[in-house]
Design a protein around this ligand. Sequence first.
Ligand code: ADP
Ligand code: ADP
Length: 228
Amino acid sequence: KGFVECRNIGVVFGSGDAQTEAVKDVSITVQPNEFVSLIGPSGCGKSTLLSIVAGFAHPTRGVATLDGVEIRKPGAERGVVFQQYSLFPWLTVRKNVEFGLRMAGVPSSKRISSARTLLGLAGLLAFENHYPDQLSGGMKQRIGIVRALATSPQVLLMDEPFGALDTQTRAVMQEILTNMWQQFRISVLFITHDIEESVFLSDRIYVMTSRPGRIKAEIQVPLPRPRT
Ligand code: ADP
Ligand code: ADP
């Protein structure tokens, strides 16, 4: 469970003279429970690829699948975390975490207990009734990750989740993400600009290049982290 495959993906935006070939013939996989990073310069198509796996966008060519089933729209089995605007400012921390469960029609008492359990695991239970604006950037992203995990997805998709954080907070978040990934046994597709971050976090890295966006190299990280 949680096997992602993108096969010969091509994405063209616009039409006529205004066409941009954002992604050309990209094939990638994420094995179950594998942590895979996509790195490359701005504009090489990382976000485009991730949004196809999320089901927010459709490829012009090729196909993206999860466990052999074509991805056509967003779904609870794929949690998504963005760099910013991940949380709804008008909802408390706990209501944010409950959001996906609410969408899935989970009853209130069950939602609340699930959200509180997850917040407890992330060390954030004390903040359940705070609003996002009352919290630091690192805490907001932790809650964003917790919220993405609330529906028990098989795949976690993250688009530069730590890009807006200072170096120190970023290092802490990398540790926290590693711990959560080990606890949840989940496949991860992670976008970053930061090669060091990708080496620290990943089992495998795809390096992309731009104009048009393609895969330039695939790196197996030689010392995978211990799995508990
Ligand atoms: P990255 O995430 O690597 O920075 P993106 O996937 O955001 O790259 O963008 C890849 C290319 O596609 C860029 O040239 C970008 O300008 C273009 N692009 C992305 N989204 C759109 C869109 N909705 N309409 C037109 N062009 C787009
Ligand atoms: P509960 O059933 O847990 O008591 P409520 O139904 O009273 O929660 O809603 C609590 C908050 O969640 C309200 O501020 C409401 O605006 C917000 N909310 C409920 N449904 C949605 C939704 N689909 N999208 C965004 N916010 C929502």
